[in-house]
Design a protein around this ligand. Structure first.
Ligand code: ZN
Length: 65
């Protein structure tokens, strides 16, 4: 009997990753690669201008002389 093994390519480093329970971070090869990818889009989110935190800071005034 032949058990077909699905192998995908890690989007981060290009390593071969077996698609199965032995690869909990699929399609990434490891937690490290998963976190790198996660951090990439997280940074893009943070890069959005006009964050609410900046607008809601009391005590800041441009009219201070
Ligand atoms: Zn990888």
């Amino acid at each position: 009997m032949s058990k077909k093994l699905t192998v995908v390519t890690c989007p981060q480093c290009g390593a071969s990753v077996e698609w199965g329970e032995q690869s909990p971070y699929r399609p990434f090869c490891s937690k490290k690669c998963q976190m790198i990818d996660f951090g990439t889009w997280a940074n893009e989110e943070n890069a959005i201008p006009g964050a609410p935190d900046m607008l809601d800071s009391d005590g800041w005034s441009e009219e201070h002389h």
